[in-house]
Design a protein around this ligand. Structure first.
Ligand SMILES: Nc1ncnc2c1ncn2[C@@H]1O[C@H](COP(=O)(O)OP(=O)(O)OP(=O)(O)O)[C@@H](O)[C@H]1O
Ligand SMILES: Nc1nc2c(ncn2[C@@H]2O[C@H](COP(=O)(O)O)[C@@H](O)[C@H]2O)c(=O)[nH]1
Length: 453
């Protein structure tokens, strides 16, 4: 007996022997029928009986393919490994296969440094395998995992035998970000995004003309709330200033290296600012999220525009000087730029002030006249005026996930076996934020008794 599975129906072929039908037995068929049958006709009838389901299957699949523009997915006795176009997909140890439309995403092999952790097979292509551009940081080695397709655009991956705070990953296969990148690269694209458990405040983008006091305000915030905020360390091709440290104030790099990295999709945003390249790497934002901190980006208006178009879902704050003269005074007093650079920065400041205050790009506009007053306003925007507000949130409970996982979904909750009787691990996705490029934030994970799900 064989079971044929296509995407929307099942046919079971039962050979006559399975039903103990014997065509040579004259009692099986009515005498009137048999009377006109010769031995040769009986053979043809037997053949027809056997062929009929196969012909039916072919007919159904052709109709289905015409209707859905796709061929049946798999043959069940070799599930997920043999495509209808003849391609044979061999799953390696610890690999899983998740079908999304015509494509099958094989996840695993993460322990191998070279591998991207993803293989894609497209049943509508002749060769089957498609080599994708893989963006984002892939998970570190894992043995077992379980996957579930969410919203047809991302695959949820839960690592088995892991701690809950590092167990959740997403492979985005058809999100808006991935769609944009597909157009940009002209290839198939997938993007990794780690799931961050716990409260996730929105990142903060701070923009404003050079010398307005962005860095000064950010330093005050980081000094007062060191465990709450983390600075996104940008890349730049400009030369370091006297007291600037590589990896702390910026990642200082050169233009050709940075251009290559931009091409490889390493940056969340980048822009040419005052004659140099500046950019926020995806990793810079991920490092802050992984530390459980709220990310602050000090970037120019062009960069803010790019971030606004991304999935980062930040708060956008523009800092203005009280006057153009005061801006010039501050820039000169800082003493870090040559006269030529000061002139360039002041010229650019005019356009930035125009765009920053009139484009609607920014959620808040602050005038940095009196530094302390401006700082208090900034804290108010960030909900940090009372001392209670500034208290870091309680750490989320961390627990172990079992090796073998089974996932099911109820509304926005993923239920995972906990390894204990009558208890489940719940992954609540109802407050999900962000996603590639960067981390997927706002996830909640807890254990619950079966009666309280
Ligand atoms: N409210 C203020 N009143 C007077 N001086 C200020 C005020 N805010 C900042 N400054 C001073 O202005 C100078 C420029 O400030 P800062 O370096 O923070 O600017 P910035 O916006 O980060 O510039 P850039 O974009 O070039 O990095 C510094 O010397 C700082 O001490
Ligand atoms: N678009 C981006 N702009 C950035 C980034 N990092 C800094 N900047 C902006 O550049 C100017 C000049 O900075 P400076 O350190 O040379 O004075 C300033 O307006 C910054 O906000 C970035 O990653 N992307």
């Amino acid at each position: 007996m064989a079971v044929y599975v296509s995407s929307s129906f099942i046919i079971i072929i039962i050979p006559p022997s399975f039903l103990h039908l014997d065509f040579s037995n004259p009692n099986l068929l009515p005498p009137s029928f048999l009377k006109n049958f010769h031995k040769r006709d009986l053979k043809i009838f037997k053949l027809w009986w056997l062929l009929q389901p196969i012909l039916l299957l072919l007919l159904y699949t052709t109709i289905l393919a015409l209707y859905q523009g796709e061929a049946p997915a798999f043959v069940a006795d070799d599930m997920q490994t043999r495509f209808s176009n003849g391609f044979h997909l061999q799953l390696k140890d610890f690999e899983s296969a998740t079908a999304v439309g015509n494509k099958t995403y094989v996840i695993g092999g993460i322990d191998d440094q070279e591998s991207s952790g993803v293989r894609i097979f497209d049943k509508s292509t002749v060769n089957g395998e498609v080599i994708p551009t893989v963006l984002g940081t892939k998970p570190t080695a894992f043995e077992s995992h379980s996957t579930m397709l969410l919203n047809k655009d991302r695959i949820l991956i839960i690592k088995g035998n892991s701690k809950s705070n590092v167990s959740v990953w997403f492979l985005e296969v058809d999100t808006r970000f991935v769609g944009d990148q597909k157009k940009k690269f002209g290839t198939e694209v997938v993007a990794w995004s780690k799931g961050v458990i716990g409260d996730a405040e929105r990142p903060i983008v701070i923009s404003g003309p050079s010398g307005v006091g962005k860095g000064t305000l950010i330093n005050m915030l980081m000094k007062e709330f060191p465990s709450m905020f983390g600075f996104s360390v940008s890349h730049t091709t400009r030369a370091p200033r006297e007291k600037e440290e590589n990896g702390v104030h910026y990642h200082f790099t050169n233009r050709s290296v940075m251009e290559e990295e931009i091409k490889a999709g390493k940056f969340l945003e980048f822009a040419a600012v005052h004659g140099n390249l500046y950019g926020t790497s995806i990793e810079a934002v991920e490092i802050v999220a992984d530390a459980g901190k709220r990310c602050i980006l000090d970037i120019d208006v062009q960069g803010a525009r790019s971030v606004r178009a991304s999935s980062l879902e930040a708060i956008f704050i523009f800092i203005c000087p009280p006057s153009f003269e005061e801006l010039e005074k501050r820039l000169r007093a800082r003493g870090t730029e040559t006269e030529e650079q000061i002139q360039k920065r002041l010229k650019n400041a005019k356009a930035e002030l125009e765009e920053g205050t009139s484009s609607g790009l920014f959620d808040h506009i602050l005038v940095n006249n009196d530094l302390e007053a401006c700082y208090q306003q900034l804290k108010k925007i960030l909900g940090l005026n009372g001392s209670m507000d500034a208290t870091p949130k309680a750490a989320t409970e961390v627990f172990d996930l079992p090796m073998d996982l089974s996932l099911s979904k109820i509304d926005e909750k993923i239920l995972i076996n906990s390894g204990k009787a009558n208890q489940k691990i719940v992954l609540d996705l109802s407050s999900i934020k962000g996603g590639a490029p960067g981390r997927t934030r706002g996830l909640y994970m807890y254990t619950a008794d079966d009666g309280n799900l």
